[in-house]
Design a protein around this ligand. Structure first.
Ligand SMILES: [Zn+2]
Length: 245
């Protein structure tokens, strides 16, 4: 039958189906489970290798685990990935991870002190501070720091919402927990300048109370940030915060 089809294709000068659909598994392989498994394994490894912290060996181990050793775990993992892809977004107040259009767990927690806002560069910095377990205020995640040389200006960062949050009132202290490198310093300077422009520093007699701006103390390494510091260092950095001018 196949020879007859092939002969007909040659006679009518029709290319095989795989020419039109190059990604389709060849007909000859459909009934060969080994081919399909290897192909799925390659595809899965390829995707896993692109994730941070996963080298080729780890990607291979996870792919084999999911496809061969524990295939029953796959549906739950697929469902979780789909839910994350469709539902995950940024907290409407602070920029932390949250369900799309909602407050994150920290902003939604009435036991947290909403008057104290710790400004961090990235979500992993927030997670590192939370791991310490002693900070009871809230956060604002900038998703980066000012870096004109890399084309990162205030518009690319979550800064406007921070200024609006302060201008709306209810914030008593901003703790700047940005890296003590040139870009971190520039970002701190920009923020304090713009807080002054909105009157949030109390300098121009605006209607709401002045916001105290502090910078975390750095027992942190020069040029380093929050992310790689251990909980004890982070606690002392928070405790040792000082007025930022
Ligand atoms: Zn939040």
């Amino acid at each position: 039958m196949r020879n007859k089809t092939a002969a007909l294709r040659i006679a009518q000068n029709i290319p095989p189906a795989s020419t039109f659909f190059p990604l389709k598994i060849p007909h000859s392989a459909i009934h060969t489970p080994h081919f399909a498994t290897v192909s799925s394994l390659d595809l899965l490894q390829q995707q896993l290798r692109q994730l941070p912290g996963l080298g080729p060996r780890s990607a291979e181990r996870i792919a084999l685990h999911l496809l061969i050793e524990q295939p029953g775990k796959l549906p739950a993992l697929v469902a979780a990935l789909q839910a994350a892809a469709h539902g995950a977004g940024r907290c409407v107040r602070c920029g932390h991870l949250a369900e799309a259009g909602q407050l994150c767990g920290i902003c939604g927690d009435a036991r947290r002190d909403a008057a104290v806002v710790c400004v961090v560069e990235h979500v992993p910095d927030l997670i590192a501070l939370e791991r310490g377990g002693t900070y009871r205020g809230t956060y604002h995640v900038l998703h980066g720091k000012l870096s004109p040389i890399n084309g990162v200006g205030p518009e690319q960062l979550n800064i406007a919402s921070l200024l609006a949050r302060v201008a709306a009132g209810g914030v008593g202290e901003l703790i700047l927990a940005l890296a003590n490198d040139v870009e971190g310093e520039a970002t701190c300077h920009y923020l304090t300048q713009h807080l002054a422009a909105t009157g949030a520093d109390g300098a121009n007699g605006a209607g709401h109370a002045a916001v105290k701006v502090t910078r975390i103390g750095f027992g942190l390494p020069s040029g380093g940030g929050v992310l790689h510091a251990d909980p004890v260092t982070l606690k002392s950095a928070l405790d040792g915060r000082r007025a930022y001018a």
